[in-house]
Design a binder for this molecule. Sequence first.
Ligand code: NAP
Length: 282
Amino acid sequence: MKKKKALIFGITGQDGAYLSKFLLKKNYKVFGVKRRSSIINTQRIDDIYKDINLKSNFVIFYGDLTDTSSILNLIKKTKPNEIYNLAAQSHVQVSFEVPEYSADVNGLGTLRILEAIKSLKLEKKIKFYQAGTSEMFGKTKEKFQNEKTHFYPASPYGVSKSFAHAITVNYRDAYNIFACNGILFNHESPIRGETFVTKKIIQGLIRIKNGNQKKLFLGNLYSRRDWGHAKDYVEVMWKMLQQKKPDDYVIGTGKNYTIKEFVNKAAKKIGFKIKWVGKGIK
Ligand code: NAP
């Protein structure tokens, strides 16, 4: 049987790394897209090259979601069965500092992929996954969110992802592309980026335990998050593309915790007692 081919934008990120290993184990040929960087940015996928069976089915190309011609050429060259768009300026706070860039990569980047599928006349051949986020719900008043909940994004990141969501639905309706939106709540792992709060907390606690740091500064300790594991969530992305019909899905664990609860649990696991200092600590 012919191997299935997947093209992953955002291969160097947390989810890109987990998804590529998941698909390689499912016997896919995996093509990844990385952008040029001044230092090596493939640490999360370097272990694939150590496995002779995996590496023969793994090919990385340069490309960028802001560059239409690279997207078009990569899709034309690889002719994948499935495309996963995981590439993004994925940091909420940073999106306030680079709003236009975030909109370009996250919003227009998604449109560029969909338009490339259409202009290459591959609408019937390629299934498309778009990495949406619970940040699109933002300031919604609904306590429990589902696929019908209206978006009320509260950051340029959330707004850019809402555009990506809507354009994915539009290309599915208008051109019959098998396109799915995953609306994923937070998902973490040991390879989560260092600027995200879970990693910041773990690294800070370890440094404090080892005597290399005295304090860890955090923002709102009482904001709540639903945290899953990236390994489970990439499997769900794949499952969406294996359904009979394309659709949109909200994915979460259904449980949420405060940042303070996360810190306390992590400190217990690491094996030391912390002292809380600051205003309004309950
Ligand atoms: P991540 O670790 O930040 O990875 C983002 C990836 O996108 C990296 O490979 C990055 O490349 C790449 N990228 C950034 N700008 C690009 C551009 N202009 N062109 C091409 N590639 C570009 O994010 P993640 O945690 O794996 O998340 C994957 C996707 O799911 C993202 O779209 C994110 O917004 C979304 N999401 C994540 C979560 C979560 O909790 N993790 C929740 C909901 C949705 P570099 O390595 O070069 O930076």
